[in-house]
Design a protein around this ligand. Structure first.
Ligand SMILES: Nc1nc2c(ncn2[C@@H]2O[C@H](COP(=O)(O)OP(=O)(O)OP(=O)(O)O)[C@@H](O)[C@H]2O)c(=O)[nH]1
Ligand SMILES: [Mg+2]
Length: 301
């Protein structure tokens, strides 16, 4: 299955929903009047593109229609796609990992799909010929490292872990030493999503970041925030909090196969101005797609 088909399949629920909502507004098109713009905005909000982002997109569409003197539904539809693609382009969508090693610190609240995303990423990077090392810095939950170890086995990559309750920063330190000694290309670092409170989480992530900066001052480093795509606007709130505390550089949206509200991807990118770099469209090893704005919009609208 090609990239475009895969993305179309994974986003089927969202696509079907958008065909009837946004698509419906265009198929009933009788001129770019007030009613048209209102219906369009409503249908975008329904798709979870978010009130602010939908409003902004429709505003830009109005200007564009006026400036280019567009009249036909097809032209206006194409202009909307251009605008949404542009709103999704908020930075480079490729993970930065030129240095050896590079570090990808994966964060997010519990259950969003951090460990699964790491497993899928490990598989892809490994098949691209990179030497991958997993770091089990979620020491909060007994089974967390075991779960990561299963993924390491599936992907055929190495893992550094310690006992439950170990200091996560110490596990990261170990993983960095191992990566240097073994010549790993990239360290994928799993973290706990469930801690006693926000201050705790902030302290822990801060400590991990300081270890990485100290041990690998010149390395490429991504802080990848994983968000559950099915949680809609709620996920967006979480993301805003994490952005404040953790210096997020990239976003992965998971479980988009399970929701009709994949428009959240556009809301997240626009509201946070942080690039969505990966999308998860299933539970299998190859159900993770590098994000590409144009293909995404083409698949949906
Ligand atoms: N359908 C679907 N399920 C997914 C996707 N990504 C993750 N999941 C599922 O979501 C559940 C939670 O995933 P985990 O990777 O364990 O989440 P986590 O963030 O590591 O959770 P904690 O370690 O508890 O914080 C699992 O059942 C995964 O199979 C996806 O893209 N699509
Ligand atoms: Mg986990």
């Amino acid at each position: 299955m090609g990239f475009f088909d895969k993305i179309k399949n994974g986003l089927k629920k969202t696509r079907d929903a958008m065909v009837s909502t946004i698509g419906g507004v265009f198929s009933g098109f009788s001129g770019a009047n007030e009613e048209f713009y209102e219906q369009l905005e409503e249908s975008m909000i329904l798709a979870d593109i978010g009130v602010e982002t939908s409003c902004k997109a429709v505003e830009r569409l109005r200007e564009c229609v006026k400036a280019r003197k567009l009249r036909e539904a097809a032209e206006i539809h194409a202009a909307l796609k251009e605008i949404l693609t542009d709103m999704l382009n908020v930075g480079d969508t490729a993970l930065k990992m030129e240095t050896k090693p590079s570090v990808i610190l994966v964060i997010g609240v519990n259950g969003v799909g951090k460990t699964t995303t790491i497993g899928k990423l490990a598989h892809r990077m490994q098949s691209e010929g990179r030497r991958v090392l997993l770091c089990a810095a979620d020491t909060f939950r007994a089974a967390a490292a075991d779960q990561l170890e299963i993924w390491a086995g599936r992907a055929g990559v190495e893992i550094v872990r310690q006992h439950e309750g170990a200091d996560p920063a110490a596990v990261v330190f170990d993983a960095i030493s191992a990566a240097k000694a073994r010549g790993a290309d990239v360290i994928l670092c799993d973290t706990a999503g469930r801690l006693h409170n926000k201050a705790n989480l902030m302290n822990e992530l801060g400590k991990i970041s300081r270890i990485i900066d100290r041990e690998l001052p010149n390395a490429d480093k991504e802080v990848l925030l994983v968000l559950d795509g099915t949680t809609g606007q709620n996920g967006l709130m979480q993301a805003k909090q994490f952005k404040e505390i953790a210096g997020v550089t990239a976003i992965a949206l998971t479980k988009l196969d399970g929701t009709a509200k994949g428009g959240i991807v556009i809301a997240v990118a626009d509201a946070l101005q942080i690039p969505v770099k990966l999308i998860g469209v299933g539970e299998q090893m190859d159900d993770l797609m590098p994000f590409e704005a144009k293909a995404f919009v083409d698949a949906l609208i």
